[in-house]
Design a protein around this ligand. Structure first.
Ligand SMILES: Nc1nc2c(c(=O)[nH]1)N[C@@H](CN(C=O)c1ccc(C(=O)N[C@@H](CCC(=O)O)C(=O)O)cc1)CN2
Length: 284
Protein backbone atom coordinates (compact mmCIF):
# COMPACT_ATOMS: atom_id res chain seq x y z
CA UNK A 1 0.00 0.00 0.00
CA UNK A 2 1.19 3.54 -0.68
CA UNK A 3 -0.46 6.16 1.46
CA UNK A 4 -2.58 9.08 0.29
CA UNK A 5 -1.14 12.39 1.45
CA UNK A 6 -3.04 14.48 4.00
CA UNK A 7 -1.97 17.86 2.69
CA UNK A 8 -2.46 20.42 5.45
CA UNK A 9 -1.35 23.32 3.30
CA UNK A 10 -4.07 22.69 0.69
CA UNK A 11 -6.81 22.17 3.27
CA UNK A 12 -5.66 25.31 5.13
CA UNK A 13 -5.92 27.35 1.96
CA UNK A 14 -9.48 26.12 1.37
CA UNK A 15 -10.52 26.84 4.96
CA UNK A 16 -8.95 30.30 4.90
CA UNK A 17 -10.96 31.16 1.75
CA UNK A 18 -14.14 30.12 3.58
CA UNK A 19 -13.18 32.16 6.65
CA UNK A 20 -12.48 35.23 4.50
CA UNK A 21 -16.17 35.22 3.49
CA UNK A 22 -17.29 34.58 7.05
CA UNK A 23 -15.27 37.55 8.30
CA UNK A 24 -16.73 39.79 5.57
CA UNK A 25 -20.23 38.88 6.75
CA UNK A 26 -19.30 39.49 10.40
CA UNK A 27 -17.95 42.91 9.50
CA UNK A 28 -21.26 43.78 7.88
CA UNK A 29 -22.77 43.03 11.30
CA UNK A 30 -20.18 45.37 12.86
CA UNK A 31 -18.19 42.49 14.37
CA UNK A 32 -14.48 42.96 13.65
CA UNK A 33 -12.53 39.90 14.86
CA UNK A 34 -9.25 40.92 16.46
CA UNK A 35 -6.34 38.81 17.69
CA UNK A 36 -3.50 39.95 19.96
CA UNK A 37 -0.31 37.92 19.72
CA UNK A 38 2.31 38.28 22.46
CA UNK A 39 5.87 37.26 21.69
CA UNK A 40 8.55 37.19 24.37
CA UNK A 41 12.19 37.16 23.28
CA UNK A 42 13.62 36.43 19.86
CA UNK A 43 13.45 32.69 19.33
CA UNK A 44 13.70 32.46 15.50
CA UNK A 45 11.13 29.62 15.19
CA UNK A 46 8.62 31.48 17.38
CA UNK A 47 9.18 34.66 15.35
CA UNK A 48 8.47 32.80 12.16
CA UNK A 49 5.27 31.16 13.54
CA UNK A 50 4.06 34.54 14.76
CA UNK A 51 4.70 36.04 11.33
CA UNK A 52 2.69 33.17 9.82
CA UNK A 53 -0.18 33.96 12.18
CA UNK A 54 -0.16 37.67 11.25
CA UNK A 55 -0.11 36.81 7.54
CA UNK A 56 -3.01 34.38 7.91
CA UNK A 57 -5.00 36.99 9.85
CA UNK A 58 -4.36 39.55 7.11
CA UNK A 59 -5.50 37.12 4.44
CA UNK A 60 -8.81 36.40 6.13
CA UNK A 61 -9.50 40.00 7.15
CA UNK A 62 -8.97 39.36 10.87
CA UNK A 63 -7.11 42.29 12.39
CA UNK A 64 -4.17 41.51 14.63
CA UNK A 65 -1.52 43.24 16.68
CA UNK A 66 1.78 41.88 17.84
CA UNK A 67 3.14 42.82 21.26
CA UNK A 68 6.87 42.07 21.33
CA UNK A 69 8.49 41.91 24.76
CA UNK A 70 12.19 41.46 25.50
CA UNK A 71 13.55 38.12 26.76
CA UNK A 72 14.28 39.88 30.09
CA UNK A 73 10.65 40.93 30.70
CA UNK A 74 9.48 39.98 34.18
CA UNK A 75 6.59 37.61 34.76
CA UNK A 76 4.72 40.45 36.49
CA UNK A 77 5.09 42.76 33.49
CA UNK A 78 3.86 40.05 31.14
CA UNK A 79 0.84 39.39 33.37
CA UNK A 80 0.04 43.12 33.32
CA UNK A 81 0.17 43.18 29.52
CA UNK A 82 -2.26 40.24 29.43
CA UNK A 83 -4.57 41.98 31.89
CA UNK A 84 -4.64 45.02 29.58
CA UNK A 85 -5.69 42.82 26.66
CA UNK A 86 -8.30 41.01 28.78
CA UNK A 87 -9.87 44.39 29.52
CA UNK A 88 -9.79 45.68 25.96
CA UNK A 89 -13.25 45.07 24.55
CA UNK A 90 -11.97 45.31 20.96
CA UNK A 91 -9.68 42.29 21.48
CA UNK A 92 -11.41 38.94 20.95
CA UNK A 93 -8.45 36.54 21.08
CA UNK A 94 -5.17 36.56 23.03
CA UNK A 95 -2.29 34.24 22.29
CA UNK A 96 1.05 34.06 24.06
CA UNK A 97 3.54 32.31 21.82
CA UNK A 98 5.21 29.33 23.52
CA UNK A 99 7.76 28.43 24.71
CA UNK A 100 8.43 31.23 27.21
CA UNK A 101 11.83 31.96 28.79
CA UNK A 102 12.67 29.78 31.81
CA UNK A 103 12.16 32.55 34.40
CA UNK A 104 8.46 32.84 33.45
CA UNK A 105 5.94 30.30 34.74
CA UNK A 106 4.03 29.20 31.62
CA UNK A 107 1.02 27.95 33.58
CA UNK A 108 0.69 31.24 35.48
CA UNK A 109 0.63 33.07 32.15
CA UNK A 110 -1.96 30.73 30.63
CA UNK A 111 -4.13 31.09 33.75
CA UNK A 112 -3.99 34.90 33.35
CA UNK A 113 -5.65 34.89 29.90
CA UNK A 114 -9.42 35.30 30.04
CA UNK A 115 -10.97 31.90 29.15
CA UNK A 116 -13.30 33.82 26.79
CA UNK A 117 -10.29 35.09 24.82
CA UNK A 118 -8.16 31.94 25.10
CA UNK A 119 -8.02 31.10 21.39
CA UNK A 120 -5.22 28.59 22.02
CA UNK A 121 -7.59 26.56 24.21
CA UNK A 122 -4.91 26.12 26.88
CA UNK A 123 -6.70 27.70 29.88
CA UNK A 124 -7.70 25.14 32.55
CA UNK A 125 -11.34 26.23 32.25
CA UNK A 126 -11.29 25.38 28.55
CA UNK A 127 -9.32 22.17 29.07
CA UNK A 128 -11.91 21.22 31.72
CA UNK A 129 -14.70 21.83 29.22
CA UNK A 130 -12.87 19.65 26.71
CA UNK A 131 -12.64 16.86 29.29
CA UNK A 132 -16.40 17.21 29.94
CA UNK A 133 -17.17 17.18 26.22
CA UNK A 134 -18.54 20.74 26.42
CA UNK A 135 -18.28 23.34 23.65
CA UNK A 136 -15.01 25.28 23.98
CA UNK A 137 -11.94 26.54 22.12
CA UNK A 138 -10.07 23.43 20.97
CA UNK A 139 -6.25 23.56 21.10
CA UNK A 140 -5.20 24.42 17.56
CA UNK A 141 -2.92 21.51 16.64
CA UNK A 142 -5.29 18.70 17.75
CA UNK A 143 -8.22 20.66 16.25
CA UNK A 144 -6.30 20.84 12.97
CA UNK A 145 -5.58 17.11 13.02
CA UNK A 146 -9.23 16.33 13.67
CA UNK A 147 -10.24 18.60 10.80
CA UNK A 148 -7.81 16.80 8.48
CA UNK A 149 -9.27 13.39 9.45
CA UNK A 150 -12.81 14.68 8.93
CA UNK A 151 -11.92 16.20 5.56
CA UNK A 152 -11.21 12.67 4.29
CA UNK A 153 -14.12 11.08 6.15
CA UNK A 154 -11.67 8.91 8.08
CA UNK A 155 -13.63 6.86 10.59
CA UNK A 156 -12.73 7.46 14.23
CA UNK A 157 -15.51 5.69 16.11
CA UNK A 158 -14.42 2.30 17.41
CA UNK A 159 -10.86 2.71 16.06
CA UNK A 160 -7.68 2.21 18.06
CA UNK A 161 -5.81 5.51 18.36
CA UNK A 162 -2.28 5.57 19.72
CA UNK A 163 -0.82 8.95 20.67
CA UNK A 164 2.93 9.09 21.16
CA UNK A 165 3.66 12.19 23.25
CA UNK A 166 1.77 13.64 26.22
CA UNK A 167 2.29 17.40 25.98
CA UNK A 168 -0.45 19.73 27.18
CA UNK A 169 -0.71 21.39 23.78
CA UNK A 170 -0.83 18.32 21.51
CA UNK A 171 -0.78 14.80 22.97
CA UNK A 172 -3.19 15.11 25.90
CA UNK A 173 -5.92 17.14 24.13
CA UNK A 174 -5.57 15.00 20.98
CA UNK A 175 -6.42 11.90 22.98
CA UNK A 176 -9.43 13.64 24.56
CA UNK A 177 -10.77 14.72 21.17
CA UNK A 178 -10.49 11.21 19.76
CA UNK A 179 -12.00 9.69 22.90
CA UNK A 180 -14.96 12.07 22.60
CA UNK A 181 -15.46 10.63 19.10
CA UNK A 182 -15.47 7.10 20.52
CA UNK A 183 -11.97 5.97 19.57
CA UNK A 184 -10.13 3.67 21.99
CA UNK A 185 -7.15 5.79 22.98
CA UNK A 186 -3.72 4.74 24.23
CA UNK A 187 -1.19 7.34 25.35
CA UNK A 188 2.50 6.52 24.97
CA UNK A 189 5.46 8.57 26.20
CA UNK A 190 9.16 8.44 26.99
CA UNK A 191 8.71 5.80 29.73
CA UNK A 192 6.40 3.56 27.69
CA UNK A 193 7.66 0.03 27.28
CA UNK A 194 7.10 -1.91 24.06
CA UNK A 195 6.36 1.27 22.12
CA UNK A 196 6.58 -0.45 18.75
CA UNK A 197 4.13 -3.19 19.80
CA UNK A 198 1.58 -0.60 20.93
CA UNK A 199 2.07 1.57 17.86
CA UNK A 200 1.45 -1.47 15.65
CA UNK A 201 -2.05 -1.77 17.14
CA UNK A 202 -3.01 1.73 15.98
CA UNK A 203 -5.58 2.46 13.29
CA UNK A 204 -4.75 6.12 13.90
CA UNK A 205 -1.16 6.83 14.98
CA UNK A 206 -0.34 10.36 16.15
CA UNK A 207 3.36 10.98 16.67
CA UNK A 208 4.34 14.07 18.68
CA UNK A 209 7.67 13.11 20.25
CA UNK A 210 9.87 15.98 19.08
CA UNK A 211 12.56 13.56 17.88
CA UNK A 212 13.57 13.30 14.24
CA UNK A 213 12.49 10.02 12.59
CA UNK A 214 11.76 8.36 15.96
CA UNK A 215 9.13 6.22 14.26
CA UNK A 216 9.54 4.37 10.97
CA UNK A 217 7.47 1.95 8.90
CA UNK A 218 8.14 -0.88 11.35
CA UNK A 219 5.85 0.94 13.86
CA UNK A 220 2.97 1.26 11.39
CA UNK A 221 0.16 -1.26 10.94
CA UNK A 222 -0.87 -1.93 7.33
CA UNK A 223 -3.60 0.62 6.44
CA UNK A 224 -3.10 2.87 9.50
CA UNK A 225 -3.52 6.65 9.36
CA UNK A 226 -0.23 8.29 10.36
CA UNK A 227 -0.18 11.86 11.71
CA UNK A 228 3.26 13.40 12.15
CA UNK A 229 3.30 16.41 14.47
CA UNK A 230 7.10 16.73 14.66
CA UNK A 231 8.99 19.65 13.14
CA UNK A 232 12.74 19.04 13.31
CA UNK A 233 15.40 21.00 11.46
CA UNK A 234 18.06 18.72 9.99
CA UNK A 235 21.75 19.54 9.60
CA UNK A 236 21.13 20.42 5.94
CA UNK A 237 18.59 23.06 7.08
CA UNK A 238 15.56 21.14 5.79
CA UNK A 239 12.56 20.31 7.99
CA UNK A 240 11.57 16.77 8.79
CA UNK A 241 9.08 15.06 11.06
CA UNK A 242 9.14 12.54 13.89
CA UNK A 243 8.14 9.89 11.35
CA UNK A 244 10.51 8.47 8.75
CA UNK A 245 8.19 9.25 5.85
CA UNK A 246 9.46 6.92 3.11
CA UNK A 247 9.06 3.65 5.01
CA UNK A 248 5.87 4.74 6.86
CA UNK A 249 4.07 5.72 3.66
CA UNK A 250 4.46 2.18 2.30
CA UNK A 251 2.32 0.86 5.16
CA UNK A 252 -0.12 3.70 5.86
CA UNK A 253 -3.44 4.45 4.15
CA UNK A 254 -3.04 8.18 4.85
CA UNK A 255 -0.02 10.13 6.07
CA UNK A 256 0.79 13.78 6.79
CA UNK A 257 4.00 15.20 5.31
CA UNK A 258 6.41 17.54 7.09
CA UNK A 259 6.40 20.37 6.11
CA UNK A 260 2.89 21.17 4.76
CA UNK A 261 1.04 18.72 7.00
CA UNK A 262 -0.12 19.49 10.51
CA UNK A 263 1.83 22.79 10.87
CA UNK A 264 -0.26 24.98 8.56
CA UNK A 265 -3.46 23.60 10.13
CA UNK A 266 -2.34 24.86 13.56
CA UNK A 267 -2.43 28.44 12.30
CA UNK A 268 -5.69 27.96 10.41
CA UNK A 269 -7.52 26.62 13.45
CA UNK A 270 -6.32 29.64 15.42
CA UNK A 271 -8.23 31.80 12.95
CA UNK A 272 -11.33 29.61 13.45
CA UNK A 273 -11.06 30.08 17.21
CA UNK A 274 -10.60 33.85 16.84
CA UNK A 275 -13.76 34.09 14.76
CA UNK A 276 -15.57 31.99 17.34
CA UNK A 277 -14.35 34.29 20.13
CA UNK A 278 -15.51 37.36 18.21
CA UNK A 279 -18.96 35.85 17.75
CA UNK A 280 -19.19 34.80 21.40
CA UNK A 281 -18.18 38.10 22.88
CA UNK A 282 -20.33 40.12 20.55
CA UNK A 283 -23.39 38.10 21.67
CA UNK A 284 -22.88 39.32 25.24
N1 LIG B 1 0.77 29.68 21.88
C1 LIG B 1 1.16 28.66 21.10
N2 LIG B 1 2.46 28.35 21.02
C2 LIG B 1 2.83 27.30 20.24
C3 LIG B 1 1.88 26.56 19.49
C4 LIG B 1 0.52 26.90 19.63
O1 LIG B 1 -0.41 26.27 19.05
N3 LIG B 1 0.21 27.97 20.43
N4 LIG B 1 2.30 25.57 18.61
C5 LIG B 1 3.69 25.45 18.25
C6 LIG B 1 4.20 26.33 17.13
N5 LIG B 1 3.22 26.72 16.08
C7 LIG B 1 2.30 27.65 16.39
O2 LIG B 1 2.43 28.46 17.25
C8 LIG B 1 3.39 26.32 14.73
C9 LIG B 1 4.28 25.34 14.35
C10 LIG B 1 4.47 25.03 12.99
C11 LIG B 1 3.75 25.69 12.02
C12 LIG B 1 3.95 25.45 10.55
O3 LIG B 1 3.22 25.95 9.75
N6 LIG B 1 4.98 24.69 10.15
C13 LIG B 1 5.33 24.54 8.76
C14 LIG B 1 6.81 24.69 8.61
C15 LIG B 1 7.27 26.03 9.04
C16 LIG B 1 8.75 26.27 8.83
O4 LIG B 1 9.17 26.35 7.68
O5 LIG B 1 9.46 26.41 9.85
C17 LIG B 1 4.89 23.18 8.25
O6 LIG B 1 4.85 22.25 9.05
O7 LIG B 1 4.64 23.11 7.05
C18 LIG B 1 2.86 26.65 12.40
C19 LIG B 1 2.68 26.96 13.73
C20 LIG B 1 4.55 25.76 19.47
N7 LIG B 1 4.15 26.97 20.10
Amino acid sequence: MTAELLNGRELSDELKEEMKHEVEILKQQNIHPHLTVILVGDNPASKSYVKGKEKACDFTGISSNLIELPESVSEQELLQVIEGQNNDKDVHGILVQLPLPDHIDEQKVIHAISPLKDVDGFHPVNIGKLVNGEETFLPCTPYGILTMLESKNIEIEGKRAVIIGRSNIVGKPMGLLLLERNATVTYCHSRTQNLRELALEADILVVAMGREHAVDGSYVKEGAVVIDVGINRMDNGKLTGDVEFESAKEKASYITPVPRGVGPMTITMLLKNTIKAAKGLSEK
